[in-house]
Design a protein around this ligand. Structure first.
Ligand SMILES: [Zn+2]
Length: 571
């Protein structure tokens, strides 16, 4: 065989292998352009793309790193560093690479960048006098080649354990796409597990916490599940609890797609090929949110709320709502597929009632009726509520109540703005009348929830105005206390020779940390912060030579209450 032919056959083999495991991409995505971001073999996931998380779909793949930090992270293809990002929480230290094929790769929770990138990041931080940066770079600044070590894996930001968070995005739209569609294979021949099946008696009403739900017992095991025959009447929607497992990994991951067929025809499909970040919060419409709040179990609904903006749905008939009134026996089947193409099915029969269902309106007990597809407002002399269009997933019978001012640090009655069981896509304006708030405290006012969590806010036109992201119970409070600074390894006059860092814990009682600034001998120095441990530190560099130095730290909260800590030390 000639060398050329051998190469051709090898390439063909690689392509075929990739195709064998990639059944979804339909040629939309390149299958051989990208190498894996780590050299750990076999690659294993701690989290899959689109996995159900609290208030969002997981936007990438979480690669396991053997509970350790410090594994080299490789550029998955040629390109250039397009964005340098450092966050107190979120992705922590993160890099973005733009590639020639129109996709951007993202690497998060890194422990450190390579030397060249680290130098660039530090210089931007000093230029902006800020630990947090989000800096866009042009293609000339930091070009990279496929396989270059760009950083080391870590646990920074809101990561709950060492791993690499990895994403592939469409460079133009910034939609995040399932990396498994790019030939980045994960060993997995285990079909998804289906735990439970529910029938929701929708009866032409919006889905909410009052929708009756019936549990349908299921039997079987991964691959093949069944439920007994069930009698149903009227308009019904279904939902299931399902997860996926990978070979050699103990954790539970999310599934790729859920299809529901009625008498062998699709009435619902959801598939997590891609989504845009603005729509990620609609996970609370995708799942049965009231049940999630009370049990932490995510039932994935197979009927779509009218205000749900996600584009993960297809093959919808009547948005997945099914009428059972023809007296016939109907065959239903779920097909659940994971990111490697393994499938499980769940089959059951529904005996439909013969008489047409009679749908009754709920007795009107609401304060106001809010249609999902317009801006909605409610006000009285004590409170104003403005829901922008796109806040609600369903029509809402809005309920407002009030109760007495709580004891201690409260400057209004409690306003019960509907209840927290209704998910919201975006924040809404909440204005609470501030007539009980003394004028000298106006600049210190915030709105807090009944559990005294700050919703932010400021005084405006006789009200305190905030933008909560959930319904619930709220009142006006004030923050007059500065943040607390707790030194961890320093005291007055201490010799810091041979010590690499100066460390603190900082926290605020109510409104939250707005900023922190450290100075050595009057010059601004980089303080690094980790929200999840409340740790703040400065790593000494060549700027701090031997001898006596003055260190000052100023920490401010969101209401401009400020705390200064200053000390002399020796190096
Ligand atoms: Zn992640």
């Amino acid at each position: 065989m000639t060398k050329f032919k051998l190469i051709t056959v090898c390439l063909l083999f690689i392509c075929m292998q990739a195709f064998a495991q990639q059944i979804f991409s339909d040629g939309k995505y390149p299958l051989v352009d990208f190498r894996p971001p780590l050299n750990i073999t076999p690659p294993a996931l701690a989290g899959s793309f689109g996995e159900l998380r609290s208030n969002h779909f997981h936007s990438g793949m979480d690669y396991r790193t053997n509970q350790r930090i410090g594994y080299p992270v490789y550029a998955i293809a040629d390109g250039y560093i397009s964005r340098l990002r450092v966050q107190n929480s979120g992705f922590g230290l993160a890099l973005y690479i733009n590639h020639k094929n129109g996709f951007t790769s993202v690497y998060g929770h890194l422990s450190r960048f390579n030397t060249m990138i680290a130098r660039q990041v530090k210089s931007i931080q000093y230029q902006k006098k800020s630990y947090e940066i989000d800096d866009f770079q042009n293609e000339l600044s930091i070009p990279v080649r496929k396989g270059d070590v760009i950083a080391y894996s870590g646990n920074t930001g809101s990561s709950g354990g060492p791993h690499l968070h990895f994403e592939i995005r469409d460079t133009k739209t910034e939609a995040t796409i399932n990396p498994q569609l790019f030939g980045l294979n994960i060993t997995d021949n285990i079909p998804p597990v289906i735990y439970s099946l529910y029938a929701y008696k929708l009866n032409k009403r919006p889905f909410n916490e009052f929708t009756p739900k019936q549990t349908l017992a299921i039997t079987g095991s991964a691959g093949n599940y069944k439920a007994g025959n069930v009698n149903l009447t009227g308009e019904v929607g279904f939902g299931i609890v399902t997860t996926d497992r990978h070979n050699g990994a103990s954790g539970l991951n999310g599934v790729y797609s859920i299809e529901l067929l009625l008498d062998e025809n699709h009435v619902f499909t959801s598939s997590l090929e891609k989504f845009v970040f603005d729509n990620s919060k609609a996970i609370n419409s995708h799942i049965d949110y009231p049940t999630f709040l009370s049990t932490k179990r995510s039932i994935q609904k197979s009927f779509v709320d009218p205000g749900n903006p996600l584009s993960i749905y297809s093959n919808l008939v009547n948005r997945g709502r099914i009428e059972f009134n023809d007296g016939k026996l109907h065959k239903l089947q779920y097909i659940v597929t994971d990111g490697s193409g393994n499938k499980s099915t769940l089959s059951f029969n529904v005996q439909a009632d013969a008489k047409p269902a009679i749908y009754q309106e709920n007795a009107a007990s609401e304060t106001a009726r809010f249609p999902y597809d317009i801006e909605n407002q409610f006000d009285n002399d004590k409170v104003k509520v403005v829901l922008p269009k796109g806040t609600l997933y369903n029509d809402l019978n809005f309920i407002y109540k009030t109760s007495a001012k709580p004891v201690g640090n409260a400057y209004s009655a409690i306003h019960h703005i509907h209840n927290n069981l209704t998910p919201l896509h975006v924040g809404y304006e909440l204005w609470i009348n501030a007539e009980d708030l003394p004028e000298n405290l106006r600049s210190k006012a915030v709105i807090v929830s009944s559990s005294r969590v700050s919703q932010g806010g400021y005084f405006e036109n006789g009200y305190v105005k905030a933008k909560p992201r959930n319904f619930g119970s709220f009142f006006i409070s004030i923050d007059t206390l500065p943040p607390v600074i707790l030194p961890q390894n320093i005291q007055e006059g201490k010799s810091m020779a041979g010590i690499s860092k100066i460390s603190f814990k900082i926290r605020d009682n109510l409104s939250g940390i707005q900023n922190f600034n450290g100075f050595i001998d009057g010059k601004w120095v980089l303080m690094e912060f980790d929200t999840k441990t409340a740790s703040l530190w400065h790593t000494f560099d060549e700027q701090t030579g031997p001898g006596k130095h003055n260190f000052e730290l100023i920490v401010k909260d969101m209401k401009d209450n400020s705390k200064t800590y200053s000390i002399t030390f020796y190096k």
